[in-house]
Design a protein around this ligand. Structure first.
Ligand code: DHE
Length: 690
């Protein structure tokens, strides 16, 4: 057999060559004791040249899909764990459903690489092993490499001596694969659009793993391309299968991330000011609403891939205006009076929309960073002054800073860097991104989650040019969160740590940290009165199909406060958002990132009076993904986005489906909205009702 080169007929299947070492597993009855320890084989057992062996595993990219002791970075979960494959192989040959021709362990392993579809293992670490995912992979290896792999794997029995010297990585000083200038520019843009949110601009990792060359080079182009194209069961989207990235794109991305990340630029106040535009100055704006609509029941709806916001009348369901906001608006928040909508896009552009205009439209805009996710107004009015609508804060991913702006004009006033030291090991972090921000009702303060250093900052805005900041040590990888119903406690997910952090804004301290399930993703969470445990706050999860219900009433229900009092099973993982309203009997939950197409476009409801199980689930549309909920002002209607594709035919780009919250019957659809995602009702967002 000759190495035919890494020919890139890279379809879904080729990408999974990485499973090149076997998708086969033993019948359940023959499982080997899980306590067996796995070690790399001894020198004597291996009897192969280490460099040849490492080159072989790299050529196949085996480690991206399999755990292989002794092979650097071989920690993949797409295919079966090969830690004790040398022991399991014999069992498999004898399995009743084994139909291959192998009679020895070596023959079985060779067959697994050359004809992997002879036998498919039922269970892989991240879920069922996909049938046919691993194509025949002989072409990827020379004869010597194939035999080196077979010998190495045969010797993995878990009984080898522990003091074995494992194969060392040879990536130090190695350059990544080369890209043309055009490919590099394209890869850089794709990384910003699709990858930086989870992996970080400098690729140090957060929600997703680190992607620096010391890690990626050892995996190799083919393995990385496989992951980029197919996704992983742990939440990496299947960009190729979704049709977002082509095979060629996946290949250049795989090469790009094996090179050092380019250093992105900083941004100064003068650069921000150059982008600042006041379209209608405050003195020229209306002093009262110029229309008869109930603007407090307006919805600000993100039309994500169109770079627009739709202002929709919640009473009539009419689209009152479509506002050009800029690239991929992420969220809207309302000023304290509700008159203004603040939006923030991924491009760091903030837009101010005046809902009192005859036709609500933008009145100011400014860019304060290159990458952002959060914005909030000043919501305190009390002894320390009335700060309603006075200031705005934007939280940036890059540069890692937040910016305080004038609330009525968006004039940038103050930049505060978040570069600092991690709360636990006190190591310098060059990219601590600003995740969620909420405005306290107790004090003139914003609660700012600083992701990579694991701190929650209480930023006093009463003197915005000289803000005092209390830095509370919390947990790494802070992301999204919201208030419990009294507004005293802020609950925020440390998502990659599977925890919810609780901050007491009245006493300005960390109240508790609660372990939940895999990758909690609450949005702002959901508050209800549990029949057994009193006031609770709920989060869903990306990594598992489960809601975690946390007791939040330390005075009335001290025994259940700050612990998970219930887990409610869901039909699948990949949930992004959940929602309820004090007037509602239900909690609604989506499954937007579940790999199953039916579940992606389904929602479930749980009855508050029986929160032990799901009450009902159903498909909301026959295309796209169902994402994010919002109630109308009364709390008797639920709005759900169907997130289609911007390049799809008319009728499949997206819509909003509205349900009667009492009967769970469909009430209306607002058709032909390009890629709607988040929806924010004015009244509910001002009052923090969820
Ligand atoms: Fe979001 C909230 C970050 C992907 C839609 N998202 C948030 C918040 C953060 C965040 C930090 C909290 C803001 C706040 O409350 O101040 N989101 C990120 C990411 O880093 C991530 C994972 C990847 C990325 O590159 O952006 C990401 N988010 C998405 C999406 O793919 C969604 C579904 C569509 C989109 O616009 O990209 C999406 N995120 C939302 C929405 C909210 C949100 C609708 C507000 C929910 C709410 O009810 O408050």
């Amino acid at each position: 057999m000759k190495r035919k080169g890494l020919f890139i007929a890279l379809t879904v299947s080729l990408l999974l060559i990485v499973a090149a070492c076997s998708t086969q597993a033993p019948p359940a009855a023959e499982q080997v004791s899980p306590t067996t320890e796995a070690h790399p084989p001894t020198e004597a057992v291996m009897e192969v040249d280490k460099e040849t062996l490492l080159a072989a595993f790299q050529a196949g990219g085996c480690g991206a899909c399999h755990v292989i002791p002794g092979i650097p970075n071989a920690q993949g979960t797409l295919g079966p764990d090969l830690s004790i494959i040398g022991k399991l192989a014999a069992n498999r040959i004898q399995a009743t459903d084994y139909e291959g021709g192998a009679e020895s362990n070596e023959e079985y392993l060779r067959e697994s690489i050359l004809e992997p579809n002879t036998y498919t293992v039922p269970e892989c670490p991240g879920g069922p092993c996909g049938e046919g995912l691993m194509p025949p992979s002989g072409d990827l290896f020379s004869d010597v490499e194939l035999e080196a792999i077979v010998d190495y794997l045969s010797a993995l029995t878990g009984e080898e001596a522990a003091e074995v010297e494992s194969v060392t990585s040879t990536t130090a000083g190695v350059n990544g694969p080369s890209l043309s200038d055009e490919e590099f520019a394209r890869a850089k843009q794709i990384f910003f659009d699709r990858c930086a949110g989870c992996h970080g601009v400098l690729r140090n990792g957060a929600t997703g793993p680190a992607l620096t060359p010391d890690i990626t080079l050892a995996k190799g182009t083919i393995a990385l391309q496989a992951i980029i194209f197919n996704g992983t069961p742990r939440g990496m989207p299947d960009w190729g299968k979704q049709g977002v990235l082509s095979e060629a794109d996946a290949e250049i991305m795989a090469k790009y991330i094996q090179n050092e990340p380019p250093q992105p630029p900083e941004m100064s106040l003068s650069q921000m000011l150059e982008t600042w535009t006041v379209i209608i100055p405050p003195q020229d704006r209306p002093t009262e609403p110029q229309h008869d609509r109930d603007w407090q029941n307006f919805f600000s709806v993100t039309l994500r891939d169109a770079g627009q916001i739709a202002i929709i009348d919640g009473d009539t369901k009419e689209v009152v205006n479509i506002v050009e906001t800029g690239y991929a608006v992420h969220i809207s928040r309302m000023s304290a009076t509700g008159r203004y909508v603040y939006t923030i896009g991924r491009d760091g552009k903030a837009v101010l929309i005046d809902l009192w205009m005859e036709k609500p439209d933008k009145v100011a805009e400014v860019q304060v960073c290159y990458d952002a996710r959060s914005i909030e107004g000043s919501k305190y009015s009390g002894e320390e002054g009335n700060f309603f609508d006075k200031y705005t804060i934007v939280g940036c991913y890059w540069p890692p800073h937040f910016v305080i702006l004038d609330g009525a004009t968006l004039e940038p006033m103050k930049i505060v860097s978040t570069r600092s030291y991690t709360y636990d090991t006190e190591e310098y972090h060059p990219e601590p991104r600003v995740a969620s921000i909420v405005a306290s009702h107790f004090k003139p303060q914003w609660v700012v989650s600083v992701k990579e250093t694991g701190q929650v900052w209480l930023v006093d805005y009463s003197d915005p040019l000289n803000p005092t900041i209390k830095m509370i040590e919390a947990e790494l990888f802070l992301h999204d969160g919201g208030w419990e119903s009294t507004g005293r406690y802020f609950l925020v997910a440390a998502n990659a740590r599977n925890k919810i952090v609780i901050i007491d804004v009245k006493d300005e301290e960390l109240e508790a940290i609660v372990e939940t399930g895999e990758t909690p993703h609450p949005g702002r969470g959901a508050n209800y009165i549990d029949p057994e445990y009193g006031p609770v706050w709920v989060t869903s999860h990306l990594g598992e199909g489960m809601l975690a219900v946390i007791g939040v009433d330390p005075e009335g229900h001290p025994l259940s406060a700050w612990r998970v009092v219930r887990n409610i099973d869901l039909p699948g993982a990949g949930s992004l958002f959940l929602k309820t309203h004090p007037a509602s009997e239900w909690i609604w939950v989506d499954f937007t990132l579940n790999p199953d197409e039916t579940l992606q476009r389904s929602v479930c409801v749980i009855a508050k009076e029986n929160p032990t199980e799901v009450y009902k689930c159903w498909e909301v549309a026959d295309y796209g993904r169902a994402v994010h909920f919002e109630y109308n002002m009364e709390g008797d209607e639920v709005w759900i986005s169907i997130w289609g594709r911007i390049d799809a035919e008319k009728g499949k780009q997206g819509e909003i489906v509205i349900y009667d919250d009492k009967t769970l019957e469909e009430k209306a659809r607002i058709f032909d909205l390009p890629t709607p995602t988040g929806k924010f009702n004015v009244y509910n967002t001002v009052e923090d009702i969820y």
